[in-house]
Design a protein around this ligand. Structure first.
Ligand code: FEO
Length: 172
């Protein structure tokens, strides 16, 4: 079956959103690295790779459906950040934006009765629940542990631990 031009556009737009998310996390990883937050850098490098895998899922799906994927250009992400806490807040907001975009595409598939694309998107719906939860949990640590140097060092260690367990690398 063919997907509609409406869905083709939505899926290509999502490809761009995932590519931008990957670049944003790469910029965050780089900032963390030069700032001395090694654990956070490791965490965000993994996040950047995960988002790249998400982008590839959309590219492959579009190609599998017989419509060529449009490989997106990416915007230059912000490269200077005020604090680790603000980075996590920004990341959470980014994930919320992605969730809304995914839900919108799901609504189109429902309207158009496109069951294939609906099934394809199910993985992303679940993934977004996990992604939002992950960043909410990290954000809570600032209230629980604190914001002084020792606390940030502790949070950096936690992020390092989280970087060792990527949820979906290689499953694209
Ligand atoms: Fe692929 Fe975290 O959105």
């Amino acid at each position: 079956m063919k997907i509609s031009s409406n869905l083709k556009k939505a899926l290509n737009d999502q490809t761009a959103l995932e590519a931008n998310a990957s670049n944003t996390y790469l910029a965050m990883a780089s900032w963390c690295e030069i700032t001395g937050y090694e654990g956070s850098a490791a965490f965000f490098y993994v996040q950047a790779e995960e988002e790249r895998q998400h982008m590839l899922k959309f590219v492959h799906y579009l190609n599998d459906m017989g419509v060529s994927a449009t490989i997106p250009g990416t915007k230059s992400p912000a490269s200077n950040f005020k604090s680790l806490e603000l980075i996590i807040k920004t990341a959470l907001n980014n994930e919320r934006t992605v969730t809304k975009a995914i839900h919108k595409i799901v609504e189109i598939t429902q309207k158009e009765k496109d069951h294939s694309t609906y099934a394809f998107l199910e993985w992303f719906v679940n993934e977004q629940v996990e992604e939002e939860k992950k960043f909410e949990t990290i954000l809570q640590k600032f209230d629980l542990i604190g914001r002084d140097k020792l606390a940030i060092n502790e949070i950096d260690k936690i992020l390092n631990g989280m970087s060792a367990t990527p949820s979906d690398i290689g499953s694209a």
